[in-house]
Design a protein around this ligand. Sequence first.
Ligand code: UT7
Length: 328
Amino acid sequence: MHARIRATGHYVPPKILTNADLEKLMDTTDAWIVERTGIRERHVVEPGVGPADLALEATKQALEEAGWQPQDIEFIIFATLSPEMPAPGSACLLQEKLGIAPVGALDIRTQCSGFVYGLSIADAFIRSGMYRRVLLVASEVQSPFLDMSTRGRDTAVLFGDGAGVALLEAAEEPGVLSTHLHADGRYARELCIQSPSSLDHPPICPERMQQGKHYPYMNGREVFKTAVATFPKAVKEALAHNGHGLEDLDLLILHQANARIVEAVARFLRLPPGKMFNNIEKYGNTTAASIPIALDEARKAGRVRDGALVCLAAFGAGFTWGSALIRC
Ligand code: UT7
């Protein structure tokens, strides 16, 4: 048995935060953000809305496309770095909303690589015969974690909220051809959120908050440089493993972290713009959700015909990275 993507969905909250809105909150400009990142706006939630809420809307779309009922789902994998609470995981909250107890519900924490890691787990479950129908979710509510002042401008302008999902099913023909997962923990502190932390007693305290340790820290240049060098290797690894070359690829979907990263990778691989899918200008970096949001948009825009060879590649905090080659 093989795993194949049967349906996809995505959902972003209705509220939009434009670069002009950010200009009012911090010392930044629309010109800086567009030139350095390609981002023009991002969606943000209202208080009280969590990753499982966004995921529920995206899941409903995918269920409708597949013609499945929630009860058809046999297992939930939920990738997020922004769960409603440290415990339990968002997968359990989504399971409650779907009303499908007692199916297994697993949270994974591999940040921007979350969807690719989750795809690998779902693929392995299905190929082993353990499950036939898996819901893979990637959903982020990052806006409350951002420092919307000039101190936080190097990260606050980048991130947005949103969810993307895929329903995977057992199939005779291969859909997920292979997945390739990597990490290098030596870079864990180059992109991280340090607080609350089990190293601190108590895990959350006013001093750490005053220092801004509950906001993301990123060594932007290091992350940028490593991402540009790593993406081409991840894409080539997936293609080579399956005996394919770049010329066989119909579409490459990279994690949407920065339009300049995507452009640099396209130049390096000599891929024409028609073979890349980009939507960062509308959503910013939605971390784990960025690949499934892009995949769903690409499918719905007719950019992924039946039988197309699509490569997904992710890179982010950890550092974690990975790729997947799929036959749609
Ligand atoms: O999803 C996880 C993976 N994440 C990524 O892949 C992100 C990778 N990194 C990046 O995308 C880029 O490094 C950034 C977009 C974060 C930053 O772009 P950069 O071209 O590397 O800028 P920089 O950090 O070198 O900063 C250049 C200048 C600095 O000022 P000085 O020191 O030259 O006077 C910053 O203080 O830009 C300043 N700056 C800003 N100015 C206006 C930083 N953020 C802003 C801002 N608005 N929002």
